[in-house]
Design a binder for this molecule. Sequence first.
Ligand code: PEP
Ligand code: MG
Length: 412
Amino acid sequence: MAKISSIEGRILYNSRGSKTIEVDVKSDGKFLGRVCAPSGASVGKYEAVSFPNGKPEESLRVLSENAQKFIGLDSSDLKVIHDTVRSLDKTNNYSEVGGALAFAVTIAAMESAAKAAEEPLFKILSPQSSYKFPFPLGNILGGGAHAGPGTPDIQEILVCSTGSKTIESAIETNLAVHRELRSVLEKEDPGFTNGRGDEGGWAPKLENHKALEVSVKAIENLGFTLGKEVSLGVDFASSTQWNEQKEKYVYNRAGFENSTGEQIDFAADIIEKYKLIYAEDAVHEEAFEDMSELTAKFPKTLVTGDDLTVTNKDILQKAIDKKSCNAAILKVNQAGSLFDAFEFANLATQNNIKLITSHRSGESTDSQISHIGIATKSKMLKVGVVGGERVAKLNELLRLSEHDLICGMAEI
Ligand code: PEP
Ligand code: MG
């Protein structure tokens, strides 16, 4: 059993250039687990808060004042590490220590334990006799809160190579579609600057449907049949459009408004027309009944909660009771600690809710989420296609493909 011998943090920057924290957990004086916390732009109302009063420095102060409480703990005992973080913050949204601290401390401890055990992190997180690769789900075209004016209102158009039999082919295909989409966009608009959004998807001046049409074209230009070998997904991130006063979805960029019913029809039309394998947050974060309508209507699509379920097991239970989704995003920092996220994952798995482990739009170059996706038996790993902080996760999957314990791709 490796024991924590030191724990310390520092201020670093995420991929958006915003301040964040990194935590080093060392066991037995030499096994280093190092984790830098990500952060979101389209943040769910009920997520853990990143930092107390928005200040990363406050999280670090709490850590240094309480570092002694972690010394001597078994670094592989996730529950004990979680309980120790929890002893510093009893709020339900980690507003006193910051969800980023809970995230970084718990994952860094497990990484340190993995190094001490000379095992890959995924195996330490969940000992199983064999594992599968989740399908990479990557952003090829960005809008909404992740890109500037003129881009689509919908936040993300995603690609997933569902026909791939290997992780190498799945990654390669997503990259090819992303690359081809640039050519399509350049032909469409000679003034296209090749600008990209926060997650590496192209950020063209296009309205929602046109953005989906060019994405289909990129797939077809490569000789694939949409919905067969390669499929599209959409993160509507509809809470961004939802206007509580008006009780309408306001599409500022495209210039229209949807009532609740019109939004369901708008999403249903997109799911059907573009044969979506994946539809995230098609309605706003509190519209559990509206999500149920879409879930009932599209059993073959992963009708997914992100802001809806915020990696919170109590909220997921509500979504299960109301049959609001058949899939859910797992973002550890929405929950706070890795222990919280695993509780959510267990509840999802027990209820046949498919998991999609996900990055945040403001990321670090870490790659532990690739292991978390494998350990939680996630069907997909939503980590982008290009950009150093996105490719870091995909490259880790490629390294892990050398491991005998991981056999083939997940069944969606
Ligand atoms: C998302 O909404 O799924 C996402 C990854 O974006 P963010 O990190 O900004 O919440
Ligand atoms: Mg989302």
